[in-house]
Write a protein that binds this ligand. Structure first.
Ligand code: ATP
Ligand code: MG
Length: 361
């Protein structure tokens, strides 16, 4: 998958800009605050329906403007060309996918596949559970056509059940929503477990490359309710009194998580900050490989501020590997990463300055 054109209008400091990245490695340089990250952020918004730096309302729309627009055109395997456009006004949004109006952000986000590694990515290892669920679900949205309808059905049932719990209404209606939640939730948990099983050897391989000192990793899925042998329906019933008391559903795949156990460490708490980043990076590589195994091509890979995130050797490794895999890579930095200086990894260079993206020759 490769982005051919990206247009931003009224997006952070960009009034209107067009960027045409090339296949392979693209390096965007520019001073602090020039808008490098914003370019990746705009593409990420189209691919994920959200930014990795807060919500649209938190400042993606250019100061003093009412809305923003982002458009991307990209090519897929077998030469298929696709396009997505999004106009976002903070609350309302409108989108077009391949020329047709789209009413679902979730549908939109299953089109363009892009993975972003940025300064906050170590949160995948050390942070809250939500990014870890999103990480697994991203893959399932892209490779399992049944996942999106199930996920929607589950989200709706959860909203309904929580509303009933808040109103303190037990009885038949609550039982009916328990059934519905369990019917959608069980297969979601199974798909996530299967995906993590598939990911485990890929993660082990990526970790052997990036953090061999941590030893063989073990991926553990926590499905969101206590015992693996207990059904979700049983778990919901067992926790009903407590859920009524607290007014929300305390068990289910919305509480799922996963973790990595390291052979050589007591827990992830013992990782250094740099190791957290490298483990997160290994997760990204494994994820990209799993996607490529299923879809026959790599997602677009964005690496924000690579040089400040990784030491030189790791930068070189990442860039050599990604170049060999044929992925389109979008890297930002204030300077040329040393791995690109000796010309062993060919790259197309761009410079961002005063709201313009200029190609360097
Ligand atoms: N809503 C907004 N309206 C106008 N300008 C904005 C808005 N949000 C951010 N900016 C400005 O846009 C720029 C954002 O730049 P961005 O974070 O993309 O820079 P960068 O090139 O990645 O910088 P760094 O090297 O520091 O990471 C900054 O100059 C910031 O002040
Ligand atoms: Mg930046």
């Amino acid at each position: 998958m490769r982005i051919e054109r990206l247009n931003l209008a009224r997006f952070r400091s960009f009034t209107a800009v067009e960027w045409r990245p090339e296949p392979g490695i693209n390096l965007i340089t520019g001073d602090n605050g020039a808008g490098k990250t914003s370019l990746l952020e705009a593409a990420h918004l189209l691919a994920h329906g959200r930014s990795f730096r807060g919500s649209v309302r938190d400042g993606l729309i250019q100061n003093g403007q009412a809305d923003l627009e982002v458009f991307a055109q990209w090519g897929e395997r077998h030469g298929r060309s696709r396009a997505v456009g999004l106009r976002h006004a903070g609350r309302e949004w409108q989108a077009r996918l391949d020329g047709q109006p789209s009413t679902s952000l979730a549908e939109l986000c299953t089109a363009l596949a892009m993975m972003t590694f940025e300064p906050g990515s170590h949160e995948l290892i050390a942070g809250r559970s939500e990014p870890r669920r999103r990480f697994v679900d991203w893959a399932l949205f892209h490779v399992e056509p049944e996942f999106l309808p199930l996920w929607r059905r589950y989200a709706r049932a959860l909203r309904q059940r929580n509303a009933l719990l808040k109103s303190g209404e037990a009885g038949a209606l609550l039982e009916a929503w328990d059934q519905e939640l369990a019917q959608a939730g069980e297969p979601i948990a199974r798909m996530r477990a299967l995906y993590l099983q598939h990911l485990a050897p890929l993660l082990a391989r990526a970790m052997a490359t990036f953090v061999p000192e941590l030893g063989e990793p073990k991926l553990v899925h926590l499905q969101g309710w206590k015992r693996q042998e207990q059904s979700l329906l049983e778990a919901l019933e067992r926790n009903r009194a407590r859920d009524l008391a607290f007014g929300h559903s305390s068990v289910g795949p919305h509480r799922a998580d996963w973790r990595i156990d390291f052979a050589g460490l007591p827990s992830w708490n013992a990782l250094s900050r740099g190791q957290e980043k490298l483990v997160a990076l290994a997760c990204f590589f494994a994820q990209g490989q799993a996607y490529a195994d299923a879809r026959g091509e790599w997602p677009v890979v964005a690496l924000d501020d690579l040089a400040s995130e990784l030491d030189r050797d790791h930068q070189r490794r990442v860039l050599l590997d990604l170049a060999a895999l044929g992925a389109q890579v979008l890297i930002t930095g204030t300077e040329l990463p040393t791995a690109l200086v000796d010309g062993r990894v060919p790259a197309t260079r761009f410079h961002v300055e005063q709201g313009e993206v200029r190609r360097l020759v």
